[in-house]
Design a protein around this ligand. Structure first.
Ligand SMILES: Cc1cc2nc3c(=O)[nH]c(=O)nc-3n(C[C@H](O)[C@H](O)[C@H](O)COP(=O)(O)OP(=O)(O)OC[C@H]3O[C@@H](n4cnc5c(N)ncnc54)[C@H](O)[C@@H]3O)c2cc1C
Length: 435
């Protein structure tokens, strides 16, 4: 029920101009805490084989960890909930840190001036009580604050800004000091071992004793260990995008979970580009902190990051993020393919989108810093599990979660992570005599 509007927006507005507001429309009105340090490869290789021994020698099944693949908000919420219930978790992510599409990125000018950009999700709202309970804990821990920014829109044809009216008046939350603070805290929670910079490329089930065990390998063939159950917190593991970027088959293709694999593989996503921009002075001529852009071919919106709560601002400088339309991103991907874009292609994209921004904000000066980033799977276009909120393969002790199960928003990803943890606990409890 909560998904109808965003998904319709994608499917019913195919024209280039109409697509201009899709991405910002998709931003919803829909965000455990503790410790772990990054492990070096060698130390981890040793712990992977120790992990296998734990499986063989475990006096209690509770000692064998559950693998959670993907440290976006859905994976982190799932890992955190399991760990709080006494189930040890190993959390993998191919990125340098946790957060996924809720990440933040530190960038520097040639002169060494640093800026922190929320280059993915900007804020979230909450409708579901279970999610609100979690967010209340994050608020109390200082990981999240309400953002009372001014929201509006700009009409490219009328060349005018106007106030935005929301159907509801829900608080808008942001991570503090950056969007990834929430996932960072969860990934460091006691009971969770986090392994970043690790792409899980192989997930193989082996019958062992009364139960079965999952064996994971990285894209370089490294043994990542044995696990009593697996939560897959990104549909990328069943996507041909995995092959486009790694040259390897999607990890779930031959994992012996055909139903789950197909449901994940069938969900398509749209891509967008974002441009991170830093100015020496605030853009005082813009009356809003975040505005959508109507009737532009290439820009769908812009966000002033520096006015979010808890952001460090150097001197008078101001950071912005510009969002492309889905239409523009599709056009580029058609020409360039799915492989990682070259720096030259990203520079071109940054220049095009910034030029359009300058048409809207003529007072915008030459930036101190500018860089484009592609989100290849930015927003899922359908929901794979709108009622259950996650996909469950009990016989193989595998669960898939992520926003694509529910809707293209942070709250939906959180709901999915909570459902994955709940279902995983039931599976483990029901098979507690086995591994
Ligand atoms: C530009 C942009 C703006 C957005 N704005 C908003 C907004 O304002 N409000 C809102 O509510 N939502 C917004 N969203 C959507 C929101 O970011 C997502 O719904 C949410 O973050 C999804 O979380 P997730 O855990 O499902 O997936 P992700 O955050 O994508 O996490 C999946 C993780 O899995 C990892 N991974 C994938 N494959 C592997 C592998 N093989 N091995 C290891 N790790 C792997 C990835 O690196 C990633 O970290 C926005 C999204 C984008 C892209």
């Amino acid at each position: 029920m909560i998904l109808t509007r965003p998904f319709l927006a994608v499917t019913l507005l195919p024209g280039p101009l109409r697509f201009s507001s899709v991405v910002l429309e998709l931003w919803g009105h829909c965000g455990g805490v503790g410790r772990f340090e990054f492990r070096r490869r060698t130390a981890w290789a040793a712990s992977a084989s120790q992990n296998l021994q734990v499986v063989r020698m475990a006096s209690s099944h509770k000692e064998v960890p559950v693998a959670v693949v993907g440290a976006g908000v859905s994976g982190c919420v799932c890992a955190s909930t399991l760990a709080e219930r006494g189930i040890p978790v190993t959390l993998f992510d191919m990125g340098r840190g946790p957060g996924g599409r809720m990440s933040s990125r530190r960038e520097a000018t040639d002169g060494g001036k640093e800026f922190l950009f929320d280059h993915g999700a900007q804020y979230f709202s909450v409708r579901f009580p279970d999610v609100q309970k979690l967010v209340d804990r994050w608020l109390a821990a200082g990981l999240v604050k309400e953002w009372k920014g001014k929201f509006g829109s700009y009409d490219r044809l009328k060349m005018a800004f106007q106030d935005e009216t929301f159907e509801d008046d829900l608080p808008k939350y942001v991570g503090v000091p950056s969007m990834n603070s929430i996932c960072k805290a969860m990934s460091r929670q006691p009971g969770i071992r986090s392994e970043f910079g690790t792409t899980v490329a192989s997930v193989k089930w082996k019958e062992e004793g009364a139960g079965g065990i999952w064996h994971l390998r990285s894209k370089t063939g490294e043994d990542l260990g044995a696990f009593r159950a697996v939560v897959v917190a990104d549909k990328g593991l069943a996507s041909d995008r995995f092959t486009a970027t790694t040259g390897l088959p999607p990890p779930l293709e031959k994992a012996g979970v055909p139903t789950l694999y197909e449901k994940m593989a069938n969900i398509k996503s749209v891509s967008v580009f974002v441009v991170m921009v830093a100015f020496a002075e605030p853009l005082t001529s813009v009356p809003f902190d975040r505005f959508t852009i109507e009737r532009s071919n290439c820009l769908s919106g812009a966000v002033r990051l520096s006015n979010k709560p808890g952001r460090k601002v150097h001197d008078r400088s101001e950071c912005w993020v510009l969002h492309s339309t889905v239409y523009y991103a599709n056009d580029i991907i058609k020409k360039e393919g799915l492989a990682k874009p070259s720096s030259a292609a990203l520079d071109d994209i940054a220049n095009t989108l910034f030029k359009e921004f300058q048409e809207i904000v003529p007072a915008a000066p030459t930036p101190l810093f500018i860089k484009a980033h592609r989100w290849g799977s930015a927003f899922p276009m359908q929901a794979a599990a709108p009622e259950e909120h996650c996909l469950v393969e009990s016989s193989r002790k595998m669960i898939a979660c992520g926003d694509y199960c529910v809707g293209p928003r942070i709250e939906c990803a959180i709901l999915s992570g909570l459902a994955a943890a709940r279902n995983m606990q039931q599976i483990l409890d029901s098979g507690s005599s086995k591994i």
